[in-house]
Design a protein around this ligand. Structure first.
Ligand SMILES: [Zn+2]
Length: 272
């Protein structure tokens, strides 16, 4: 494996800065042949881009047990590589920061924006022979503020969804009303509540939700007539029972046709 690539080197190479960075690795493999240096790198790795970006303070999740070179405490789960030696966060003056694991990009971005001091936590992936970002260290107050903002955003999205749902519901009501009026225009003696029921059923399928043109098509004379006819077939005739008892559909339709036409005439429909 490549071995000697420290996080700074690995990152700067990929971010296109072109200089050889110091070792920040924790194993002999990782550190072999590397010069000492501070835990600063350049960001911009992982996006596949070649852009240069602001330097970033790097904190390592060591893959071997390491003590702090300064206070000898440890092994520590997070270390900063400073002047060729690992230091714990307390010795590196980062002890007050809190860890935010990767995975929530908006929260991460906002936390870092709000944080006067922040660091990126990386861990060496031996198999891929490169450092991978694990999360960030930020000020607790910054994280709290960022969480509030993300929650506010989520709340704003929730409210928008509620408004959208209300608008769609209002559209559905308008569509149902229009459909019922059209039924009553074509079948003046169709009971009002029956017209509304047929319209409500139709709006479940072809409502304003589908868009204005689909709603318009649904309100055409043919569409209204076929919705009414279907309703009569199922409610005023033994059509469903015939089907259930094994009568073929066309035969069942033939048998009930008289009742359907009689009902439509009764409701004042124009003869077909
Ligand atoms: Zn220490």
């Amino acid at each position: 494996m490549g071995g000697g690539s420290g996080p700074v080197a690995g990152m700067t190479v990929r971010s296109g800065c072109g200089h050889d960075g110091p070792a920040a690795g924790m194993t002999a493999d990782e550190t072999r042949g590397q010069r000492a240096g501070a835990g600063w790198g350049a960001e911009g790795w992982g996006d596949g881009g070649l852009r240069r970006s602001a330097p970033v303070l790097l904190v390592i999740q060591p893959i071997t047990r390491r003590l702090c070179a300064e206070c000898r405490s440890g092994p520590r789960s997070l270390l900063v590589w400073e002047e060729g030696a690992p230091r714990c966060l307390d010795c590196a003056d980062l002890g007050h920061l809190v860890f935010l694991p990767r995975g929530h990009s908006a929260l991460t971005r906002r936390s870092r924006e709000e944080s006067g001091l922040s660091a990126v936590v990386v861990r060496f992936n031996r198999r891929k022979s490169r450092y991978e970002r694990q999360g960030v260290l930020v000020e607790e107050a910054a994280l709290a503020l960022a969480e509030e903002r993300c929650l506010a955003d989520a709340e704003a999205r929730r409210r928008r969804r509620v408004r959208d749902a209300r608008r769609r519901a209002a559209e559905d009501v308008r569509f149902t009303d229009a459909f019922a009026r059209e039924i009553r225009r074509l079948y003046p003696r169709c009971p009002a509540e029956r017209a509304l029921a047929i319209a409500a059923h139709a709006s479940l399928r072809g409502s304003g939700r589908v868009g204005r043109s689909a709603a318009g098509r649904a309100l055409s004379g043919t569409a209204v007539a076929s919705a009414v006819r279907a309703s009569v077939r199922h409610k005023e005739t033994p059509y469903d029972r015939l089907l259930m008892s094994g009568v073929p559909r066309h035969e069942a339709r033939r048998r009930i046709a008289g009742v359907v036409e009689a009902t439509l005439r009764e409701w004042g429909g124009a003869p077909p």
